[in-house]
Design a protein around this ligand. Structure first.
Ligand code: ZN
Length: 125
């Protein structure tokens, strides 16, 4: 039997088996109790709704994080001058490739493009 029906049955029993001044006192107590139970039921419903919304947001966040991990490269990306893609990686710094670089110990940054496999170096400024 549902709670509202049990409250109704109890109210009917009070009316049938008690006499004033007891009847209005018991019915008033019962009415207060009924309001409190209804308020708690509303809170429980709201909690269930919030839990559902929280789970949906958690799932959305997990999907977002997974998508970020797929699209973000595992290295700091630089623009490749050969193919124009942000797919180049700084692989290191060392003395430049020309004779004068070597004689003057001019340091270069070396890059490798993951997209087109182009490799190049630039003198450090
Ligand atoms: Zn490239």
């Amino acid at each position: 039997m549902s709670i509202p029906l049990q409250f109704q049955e109890l109210d009917d029993l009070i009316v049938k088996h008690t006499a004033p001044p007891v009847t209005p006192i018991l019915r008033s107590k019962l009415s207060t109790l009924r309001e409190q139970v209804e308020a708690q039921t509303n809170v429980a419903d709201e909690l269930a709704t919030l839990k559902k919304a929280h789970t949906a947001l958690q799932n959305e966040h997990e999907a977002f994080k997974a998508a970020q991990m797929v699209s973000a490269p595992a290295f700091k990306a630089y623009l490749c001058p050969h193919c124009g893609q942000m797919q180049a990686e700084l692989t290191g710094t060392k003395t430049g490739p020309t004779r004068s670089d070597m004689m003057l110990d001019i340091q270069h940054r070396y890059y490798h493009c993951h997209k087109c496999k182009h490799e190049w170096s630039e003198p450090m400024k």
